[in-house]
Design a protein around this ligand. Structure first.
Ligand SMILES: NC(=O)C1=CN([C@@H]2O[C@H](COP(=O)(O)OP(=O)(O)OC[C@H]3O[C@@H](n4cnc5c(N)ncnc54)[C@H](O)[C@@H]3O)[C@@H](O)[C@H]2O)[C@@H](O)CC1
Ligand SMILES: Nc1ncnc2c1ncn2[C@@H]1O[C@H](COP(=O)(O)OP(=O)(O)O)[C@@H](O)[C@H]1O
Ligand SMILES: [K+]
Length: 500
């Protein structure tokens, strides 16, 4: 698990390290600049003629220190400072004084096309408003040049909290970020502007007790080893029984993908409750599942109650439609279910405006809305969510006591506690019909094998994206389809099994 921070949190950590731990600011800065110089070499930047573009804050001060180190190593380097001298921070003033002692070249109006490498040290985590004026003109000229661009801490113009472009932003080839990745480097479009991210340890201290409102985490490959170990003497019951209400008249694809993904993730048994018309298609495509069917007349409440009593995990929603029957099934489950419940897709659309009905549910609930569905059930518009994705997801999860998986190119997962997750696996090939159904199946499969709601959700989303990345490597982002993600879950679990 990787710790991620907001811009504000990073500033608090900087101050704590300097003021409470006593490491001088300039020492941190020296390490920051050294790590940038090292990355320039490692990434084989063309250092024939280097421009370091600096702002007046400490990001600019980092830049001046980088220029000094390059100069000392014999590189031809110019420093261009945007902004007024009287806005310099104390560190910036000091760095400029040192650079002047070394007789480094300062230029007033840099012409980006004249350089082979540009180091962007205009704004870091201190960016606080839209970029305009000379800053904007210079950044736009930089983006038009062919120079290779290294961003210091974060590409200037990107919000460290949301990844939004504030007016305009530097398009980097490599970003060296200090201590922890900033949330804005993970969310799009920030992630595209940062391109390759390298995280440098510069000696920042994380106090064991902090009063952050959010502790932001991001799963990594090694977290996949938290998927429960298979018990060698286990039976079908050991690995969990799932009751899934899914599909509607002649719509069986979502039910199939979800049920198949749950079984492929390792669940012991699944029973799908669906419309009579899907009998032939589903029993042919997935004979491994059990089924109960209903027709035009009624939803077969007895069968639902039987399924709920039998199951360890309950799922509702994929491809179910929003008609009266779907509503009756959902409300029967909400009234009678006693086990962890996952609600997806149409199940969520049916809940819009009535979320408070979930308050009485006696076991954990996971909801998996994409942003459109999230907007419908929360009343938060997509634009609003993009302004504060972490805060708004947490607030919603907390309000309704849910584990929320807010699906997007960077899915955010929260159970309302201070720990919140941003997912970084996956690719645009997953924007294909049915990949959300595969996710719901994976999450049910992990719940069935005993993971808590938040572990199943955070790990399952990463697992789903990792399988999607393997599917893209095989079939390409254009051609991969949801079934390919299921195939690759098997490959990942095979590797997990092999390590035991
Ligand atoms: N000692 C420290 O505090 C350390 C700071 N570090 C660096 O310092 C950076 C943070 O430094 P600062 O907090 O000084 O902030 P920045 O250097 O990111 O920028 C803040 C400055 O830019 C101005 N500004 C903000 N938005 C603007 C806009 N749209 N147009 C024009 N001016 C704008 C602010 O008024 C302020 O003067 C980090 O990103 C990192 O690069 C690192 O060297 C590690 C140590
Ligand atoms: N560009 C992307 N990068 C990473 N993951 C993506 C991207 N686009 C979609 N996804 C993932 O694919 C899934 C799509 O789910 P959903 O929108 O419910 O699709 P469907 O309803 O067609 O099954 C989500 O898990 C989402 O996070
Ligand atoms: K920068």
């Amino acid at each position: 698990m990787k710790q991620i921070v907001t811009g504000g949190q990073m500033k608090l950590l900087d101050s704590y390290t300097i003021e409470k731990m006593g490491i001088p600011s300039l020492v941190l800065m020296e390490r920051a600049a050294l790590s940038v110089c090292q990355a320039l070499r490692e990434e084989e930047f063309p250092l024939e003629k280097v421009l370091v573009l600096c702002g007046t804050g400490n990001n600019g001060a980092d830049g001046v220190a980088v220029a000094r180190m390059l100069h000392a190593a014999g590189v031809s380097v110019d420093i261009c400072i945007l902004g007024k001298k009287d806005h310099y921070t104390e560190e910036m003033r000091k760095q400029v004084d040192i650079a002047e002692n070394y007789h480094i070249s300062f230029v007033k109006n840099a012409v980006p096309v004249e350089y082979t490498t540009i180091v962007d040290a205009v704004f870091g985590v201190g960016l606080s408003r839209e970029v305009g004026g000379v800053y904007r003109d210079t950044i736009e000229a930089l983006n038009r040049s062919d120079a290779k661009v290294m961003a210091v801490d974060i590409p200037s113009g990107i919000s460290a909290d949301t990844g939004k472009v504030l007016g305009c932003a530097v398009k980097a080839d490599v970003t060296v970020t200090f201590a922890y990745e900033k949330a804005g480097l993970l969310f799009y479009p920030g992630a595209s502007y940062a391109r390759k991210i390298k995280t440098a340890d510069i000696g920042i201290y994380m106090p064991p007790q902090n009063d952050f409102e959010l502790s932001i985490q991001s799963c990594e490959d090694k977290d996949l080893f938290r998927i429960p170990v298979r018990k060698p003497d286990g039976n079908k019951g050991t690995f969990g029984k799932i009751f899934l209400a899914a599909g509607s008249r002649d719509i069986s694809g979502a039910a199939y993908l979800s049920a198949c993904a749950a079984l492929r993730t390792g669940a012991g048994m699944i029973k799908v409750h669906t419309r009579q018309e899907n009998r032939q298609a589903l029993t042919t495509m997935l004979p491994e599942a059990m089924y109960s069917f209903y027709d035009d007349e009624e939803i077969e409440k007895e069968q639902i109650l039987e399924g709920l009593a039998w199951a360890d995990v309950i799922g509702v929603g994929p491809g179910m439609g929003t008609g009266q029957q779907a509503e009756d099934i959902l409300y029967t489950i909400l009234a009678e279910g006693r086990k962890p419940l996952l609600i997806d897709a149409d199940g969520l659309n049916l809940l819009a405006g009535r979320m408070e009905v979930l308050a009485q549910y006696p076991a954990p609930v996971i909801v998996t809305p994409h942003l459109g569905e999230f907007s419908r059930i929360s009343g938060v518009s997509v634009e609003e969510w993009k302004e504060a994705p972490l805060y708004l997801t947490k607030r919603f999860a907390h309000k309704y006591h849910l584990t929320v998986v807010c699906k997007d190119s960077r899915t955010v997962i929260s159970d309302g506690s201070e720990e919140i997750f941003i997912n970084t696996s996956g690719n645009s090939g997953m924007a294909t019909a049915g990949s959300g159904d595969v996710l719901s199946g994976i999450l049910m499969g992990l719940l069935a094998q005993g993971l808590s709601a938040i572990d199943a959700a955070s790990l399952g989303v990463y697992f789903h994206g990792a399988a999607g990345d393997m599917a893209a490597a095989q079939k390409g982002e254009y051609s991969m389809i949801a079934g390919d993600i299921i195939t690759q879950t098997a490959e990942i679990l095979k590797k997990r099994g092999a390590v035991l």
